[in-house]
Ligand binder design. Structure first.
Ligand code: PLP
Length: 393
């Protein structure tokens, strides 16, 4: 296959590996040469139920015979069913559906600004934290405190401010400098290499936001929906946000995002203030309900936690033999192996040996398998990792 000619067809926005997948089943992907890969990337944290899950196939078959699209001018059954279930299982009192993570953050920021505009015309500032990732559209991009993503795309929208992650004193200082409408934070930073928010920091943000009528938004697009061993990551923090954004695994592989909100945080929003043609589409919502039903089971979540701990423990133990490993950080089945060298050669070598992983930040390899990963799959992934790192590091 001439990958160069194929690559020439597309806007050069992605650095793609040469792999060309044609099908998947469970934990495995198969390429055009019939080679099998153990998938510990889940299409960047999307395929929580792996590939061709029978429950998803059934939901697609049933819903596709009924309705694919109606627009948000009307109600539809799958959207109502999914809304009810997410709200029943979370702090949320209201929900807004959209198509992606960046759109969910965009909507959350707009909701917060509209609400704050009732207090003061200058209460529109948004605070976010270094190395967070919130998306590629302008609001979410401006909230992404990583300047490399802004370069060449300026000017960014006004009113976005950044502070170091997990630094209470710095956040306190900047929060006093402007009238803030929103604070947006990834409770576990995924793209930058699996960094968890500290208890002290998140408790401070919650307190400050409440006292100053600022919307606290948790971006759980990567760390929510069971990924870290509880349905929502905030459950592990003992603090509840005003809004929580979701996407990635929510649509079972179809584009679906959501903003889960308290009623108070979106009281200012009126018909026409915000919208989407496709958001909350019946087919994506039918898949969303299927995913949610499976990943929200207590026994399933308990398994995610213990398998994540096991995987992280096994990988951490390899550091004694392979000094190229600097640190292992984990939250459930979101596991980052920080290396002392550029991780890309190892990611490529793992791929060659049939294990898909994903680079995170500049020095970390991310293991984000489908949440259905069995113990055997975890053992196999560790085995391939050890075999491969022995040749690279
Ligand atoms: N927020 C987080 C935490 C993410 O990890 C991502 C994507 O990687 C996004 C937002 C953006 O999501 P999307 O690519 O669906 O727009």
């Amino acid at each position: 296959m001439n990958t160069q000619a194929i690559d020439a067809l597309f806007v050069h926005a992605f650095k793609r590996s040469g792999a060309f997948f044609v099908k998947g089943k469970g934990m495995y992907l198969v390429d055009a040469d019939k080679k099998k890969y153990l998938d510990f990337g889940s299409g960047i944290a999307v395929n929580a139920l792996g590939h061709a899950h029978p429950a998803l196939i059934k939901a697609i078959a049933e819903q596709s015979q009924k309705l694919l699209h109606v627009s948000n001018l009307y109600f539809c059954k799958p959207q109502i069913a999914l809304a009810k279930k997410i709200l029943a299982k979370s702090f949320g009192e209201k929900i807004f559906f959209c198509n992606s993570g960046t759109e969910a953050n965009e909507a959350a920021i707009k909701f917060a600004r509209k609400q704050a505009s009732l207090v003061s015309k200058t209460k529109y500032h948004v605070l976010s934290f270094t190395d967070g990732f919130h998306g590629r559209t302008y609001g979410a991009l401006a909230a992404t405190a990583q300047i490399k993503f802004h370069e060449g795309f300026g000017p960014m929208p006004a009113g976005f401010h950044y502070s170091p992650f997990n630094d209470v004193l710095a956040a306190k200082k900047i929060l006093k400098s402007q009238e803030f409408a929103a604070i947006i934070v990834e409770p576990v930073q995924g793209e930058s290499g699996v960094h968890r928010v500290s208890q002290e920091f998140i408790s401070f943000l919650r307190d400050y936001a409440t006292k100053n009528k600022i919307a606290l938004i948790f971006d759980e697009i990567q760390c929510g929906m069971g990924r870290t061993g509880t349905l929502w990551h905030y459950e592990q923090l003992g603090v509840v946000p005003d809004m929580m954004t979701l996407a990635k695994p929510l649509g079972g592989g179809l584009p679906l995002g959501a903003v889960v909100c308290t009623a108070k945080s979106v009281a200012a929003i009126e018909p026409g203030d915000h919208g989407t043609t496709f958001g909350g589409n019946p087919l994506a919502c039918a898949l969303g309900e299927t995913v949610l039903d499976i990943v929200s089971k207590k026994s399933f979540l308990k398994d995610v936690k213990s398998k994540g701990n096991y995987l992280a423990g096994k990988l951490a133990a390899l550091a004694a033999t392979y000094p190229i490993i600097a640190q292992v950080r984990a939250s459930g089945l979101l596991v980052g192996v920080e290396l002392k060298t550029d991780p890309l050669p190892l990611v490529a070598a793992l791929m060659k040996n049939g294990l898909i992983t994903i680079k995170a930040g500049h020095n970390t390899i991310r293991f984000i398998p489908p949440l259905i990963a069995a113990w055997d799959d975890i053992e196999k992934a560790v085995e391939i990792f050890e075999k491969t790192i022995a040749t690279v590091g």
